[in-house]
Design a protein around this ligand. Structure first.
Ligand code: TNX
Length: 521
C-alpha cells in the first residue's frame, strides 16, 4: 500500500494535493539539473535494501552512512548489500566512470521501482546521498522512530559543483570547541555539500593544537580563551580523529596557524619568540592587530618549520593556512619578508599555502602553490576595485571568496541578534545569498576563483548552540553559491527552498535563526 502512496514533497505538511505531485522538490544547493518525471514516487519501506554494485570500500562506506542516517527515524533495518543494479526495493549506489560529472558530480534517478545514484567517485555518491536526504520528508532527520510514509518523488537529477572549494571555517581559538562539537558541525555542513573545513587553530587568545616540539603552545597558550574561560586544545590524536571524521564526510580539513600577527598565545608561551625576549601575558580580550612574531629572528622560522612540519604530517589535504591577516604591528616590509620566508617552509613540507588576502603583497607563487582567501567588503552586485584581489590575480593566485559583509557568519543578522559582531555591517539572510564570486571585484573572473568559504569567528560565540544560530540559515546560501550554477539564481525562488530546511533543522536539533525574511514551512 505504501508503494502506491502519492508523492510527498519534502517538508510539505498535511494531506498531499494533486498538484504537489509535480511541484519541484526543494533542494539546497540547487542541483545543476533537476527534472520531475511522470510516474510513481518511490516509497522506502521495511523491505528496502541499500545495494552497492561494487565491492569498493568507499562506496560501501557511503551506503553504510546512508543507512545510519535513515535507520533511526524509519526504524527499518536497511541492510547494506552488494548486488546488481536493478534489484527490487533498492536504493542502489553505483561507482562507475561517467562523463560530465567531474570528480564530485552524481546522477540520481528515482522511479516507483527504486532509487539509483551513480557517480564516478565516492564523493559523488556521498553528494547524491545528501540530495536524497532532502528528497525524503524532513522528519527523516529525527533521531527516534517516526511514522511514514517515506516517499521520494520521481526525479532525474544530474549534478556537479561549480567550484572545487566550498568551505566553512570555525574559529576554535577565541573560544574553544570540543571534538564532539566540531564533529557535529561537520555533520551539519555535510548536508549542504561543503567539502572544506578550515580550522582557525591559533590566535591571540589561544593555541588549540598540541605541537610535540613546542609543548607549551598548547598547555600554556591553550589554557584560556576570550572572557577568561578554561580554553583547551586538541591532542594530535584528537585532531586526527577530527580529520578522519571529516574525511568520511568528504571534507578536507585545512589547519590554520595565524602568523605573523594574531600570535599572542605563542608569544606568551615562549619568551624567546619575542624580539625583546620577554613573554607577554595571556590575552582574553577581543582586540586585533597588537601582536607580531619577531620577523628578524631565525628562531621564528625554526619554530614555524617545526609547527608547519607537525601540522603537515597530520594533514592529508594539500593545504596549510598560514593566516597573514591584520598584521597591524608588523611593518609592511617586514610582513613581505616574513611571508616570503614562510611560503618555502610550507612547500618544503609538501603542502600548498593558503593565506588571507594580505599575502598578495608578498612574492607569492602562482598556480596551486598559493591561494588567497579574500575577506574584503564587497558590494555584491556591482564589482568594486580591490587592490589585494587584483594583486593576487596578477600573480597567478586563485581566490577563495569570503566577503565579510556577505559570508562572515559571525556578523549579526540585525541589531537585535543576541550574538555576533557588526563591523562589516549586518548580514541578513538575503544579504548572505545575494552575491557572486565573479561579480564582486573588477578583474576577477570565473577561472580566478577556487571557491567560497563561510567563516565563523568566535569572539562572541561560546558553544556550538550559538554557532548553529549564526550558521543556519546563512551557511546554506553560501554553500549554494559555491555549488550551484549562477544562471537563474533568484532570492525569491531561493527563499521558498530555504523555507523547507526549517523542519529539517528542527528534526536534527539544530538551533537555527527563524529569520522573518523566510516564510518557514
Ligand atoms: C577580522 S577577517 C578578523 C578576525 C576577527 C574577525 C571578526 C580576518 C581575516 N580577521 O581576526 O575575528 O574579523 O569578525
Amino acid at each position: 500500500a505504501l508503494a502506491t502512496a502519492s508523492p510527498l514533497i519534502a517538508g510539505l505538511a498535511g494531506p498531499v494535493r494533486a498538484e504537489a505531485a509535480t511541484a519541484t522538490p526543494r533542494i539546497i544547493p540547487a542541483p545543476a539539473s533537476l527534472r520531475t518525471v511522470p510516474g510513481r514516487s518511490f516509497a522506502l519501506t521495511r523491505a528496502t535494501r541499500i545495494v552497492v554494485t561494487s565491492r569498493s570500500r568507499d562506496a560501501v562506506g557511503v551506503a553504510t552512512y546512508l543507512a545510519g542516517l535513515v535507520r533511526p527515524s524509519t526504524g527499518y533495518r536497511l541492510p547494506v548489500v552488494t548486488g546488481p543494479a536493478g534489484s527490487p526495493h533498492a536504493i542502489t549506489l553505483s561507482l562507475a566512470p561517467a562523463s560530465g560529472l567531474g570528480t564530485e558530480g552524481y546522477r540520481l534517478d528515482v522511479t516507483g521501482g527504486g532509487v539509483r545514484i551513480q557517480a564516478p567517485t565516492a564523493a559523488g555518491l556521498f553528494y547524491g546521498v545528501q540530495t536524497l536526504r532532502q528528497l525524503l520528508p524532513a522528519k527523516v532527520e529525527a533521531r527516534s522512530v517516526r511514522p511514514g510514509p517515506w516517499t521520494v518523488p520521481a526525479v532525474h537529477i544530474s549534478d556537479r559543483p561549480r567550484f572545487g572549494w566550498r568551505g566553512a571555517m570555525l574559529d576554535v581559538s577565541r573560544h574553544f570547541f570540543t571534538v564532539a562539537e566540531t564533529k557535529r558541525y561537520i555533520d551539519e555542513i555535510s548536508l549542504y555539500k561543503i567539502n572544506t573545513l578550515h580550522l582557525h587553530l591559533s590566535d591571540d587568545q589561544g593555541w588549540r593544537i598540541a605541537i610535540k616540539s613546542w609543548p607549551r603552545l598548547a598547555t600554556y597558550g591553550g589554557s584560556t580563551e576570550v572572557g577568561g574561560g578554561a580554553g583547551g586544545y586538541y591532542t594530535q590524536a584528537e585532531y586526527q580523529d577530527i580529520v578522519a571524521y571529516a574525511r568520511k564526510h568528504f571534507i578536507t580539513v585545512v589547519p590554520e596557524i595565524d602568523t605573523p600577527g594574531h600570535t599572542n598565545a605563542a608569544l606568551a608561551s615562549y619568551a624567546d619568540l619575542n624580539c625583546d625576549g620577554k613573554a607577554p601575558p595571556l590575552y582574553t580580550g577581543t582586540e586585533v592587530g597588537f601582536s607580531s612574531l619577531c620577523v628578524d629572528k631565525d628562531l621564528t622560522y625554526r619554530f614555524l618549520d617545526d609547527v608547519i612540519g607537525e601540522l603537515a604530517r597530520l594533514t592529508p589535504g594539500s593545504y596549510v593556512h598560514i593566516g597573514g591577516d591584520e598584521a597591524h604591528s608588523t611593518p609592511l616590509a617586514d610582513y613581505v619578508k616574513f611571508i616570503d620566508r614562510v611560503q618555502p617552509l610550507v612547500h618544503a613540507h609538501g603542502k600548498n599555502m593558503v593565506g588571507w588576502n594580505e599575502i598578495a603583497q608578498a612574492d607569492v607563487k602562482p598556480g596551486p602553490a598559493t591561494l588567497a582567501q579574500n575577506w574584503s567588503i564587497a558590494d555584491g552586485t556591482t564589482p568594486v576595485d580591490d587592490p589585494l584581489a587584483t594583486a593576487a590575480v596578477r600573480k597567478g593566485v586563485q581566490l577563495v571568496l569570503s566577503p565579510a559583509n556577505h559570508a562572515y557568519l559571525d556578523m549579526q543578522y540585525d541589531k537585535d541578534s543576541p550574538y555576533g559582531l557588526h563591523w562589516a555591517g549586518y548580514v541578513s539572510v538575503r544579504k548572505s545569498y545575494q552575491w557572486d564570486p565573479t561579480t564582486i571585484f573588477t578583474g576577477v573572473t570565473e577561472h580566478d576563483v577556487r571557491g567560497v568559504e563561510a567563516p565563523i569567528w568566535s569572539e562572541t560565540l561560546t558553544d556550538l548552540h550559538e554557532v548553529e544560530y549564526m550558521a543556519f540559515p546563512r551557511l546554506a546560501g553560501i554553500a549554494e553559491i559555491g555549488w550551484s550554477p549562477r544562471q537563474g539564481r533568484s532570492w525569491e525562488e531561493y527563499r521558498t527552498r530555504l523555507a523547507a530546511q526549517g523542519p529539517r533543522w528542527t528534526a536534527m536539533g539544530v538551533n537555527f535563526y527563524h529569520s522573518p525574511e523566510i516564510a518557514w514551512d
